[in-house]
Design a binder for this molecule. Structure first.
Ligand code: FES
Length: 264
């Protein structure tokens, strides 16, 4: 939903019938959250700049054409926004259906089961069925075809990158939301990650020699792992021991950067 707007002129708008006043520059998504309305989202997060790539957060704004992304649309005085109606529900189900059509269906054995935003959003938008199959011969789609219905991984899948001692990278589960790339840049200022390729062939790259995380500029801060909404980037301890029952987020006091760490 983008970082919070700095103090600005108050702007009053209506979201789902509720009148709300927020500082100028606030995104529609954040304004909705202030009113207790959660707009479905995947590429947005609380501590990263809005990116507007997943389109799950589309809303309807009176007098405006199209269905803009609420995470990248700033509020305006007198704006009247709808975050829920049949058209939006259908659009969001369609978006999620496309994501899941190119994603392994091994939730029950996945380390992120129960702690996966993709899984949560699929449920939230009411996705029950996937009508599409990824086209043959297209990038990750090959790997989708290679996983059977019981979730067994065929060796043809793009290999996991286990080179980093603390976390692993499984490209088959990546939805290319760019959150890891933005976290690396915005939280850590390292610029170790990028997105390579286009469409089905697009994927996160650490760009190191041999293209693995260990050989890249990655400093193992874990910002990318915390930002990942799926099990693409996953702590090895979670893969081995399962999701912890409780965790504490704390801010490191050693320097002025303000990095937050999750202790489990
Ligand atoms: Fe707004 Fe992804 S959450 S476009």
């Amino acid at each position: 939903m983008g970082t919070p707007a700095k103090e600005g002129k108050p702007v009053t708008l209506t979201i789902d019938g509720f009148e709300i006043t927020v500082p100028e520059g606030t995104s529609v998504m954040r304004a909705a959250a202030e009113a207790g309305i959660q707009v479905p989202k995947l590429c947005a997060s609380d501590n990263l700049e809005a990116f507007g790539s997943c389109r799950l957060c589309a809303v309807e704004i009176e007098g405006r054409r199209g269905l803009p992304a609420s995470c990248t649309t700033p509020v305006a005085p007198g704006m009247v926004v709808q975050t829920q109606n049949e058209k939006l529900r259908k659009l969001r189900r369609g978006v999620m259906e496309l994501y899941i059509s190119d994603h392994p269906l091994d939730c029950l054995t996945c380390a992120a089961n129960g702690d996966c935003e993709l899984q949560d959003m699929a449920g939230a938008v009411g996705l029950r069925d996937v009508r599409y199959k990824a086209p043959e011969g297209a990038g990750l789609a090959n790997h989708f075809e290679a996983r059977d219905t019981s979730g067994q991984v065929n060796p043809e899948w793009l290999p996991k990158d286990d080179s980093n001692p603390y976390f692993s990278y499984d490209p088959s589960k990546c939805i290319v939301c760019n959150r890891c790339v933005r976290a690396c840049e915005e939280v850590q200022g390292t610029f170790a990650l990028t997105i390579e390729g286009r469409g089905f062939d697009s994927r996160v790259s650490a760009g190191g020699a041999g293209d693995d995380f260990l050989a890249s500029d990655c400093v193992s801060c874990g910002a990318c792992v915390q930002a990942c909404p799926t099990a693409t980037l996953q702590e090895k301890s979670v893969i081995e021991l399962g999701t912890p029952e409780r965790s504490v987020i704390t801010t490191c006091a050693y320097c002025g950067v303000g990095c937050s760490f999750k202790a489990e």
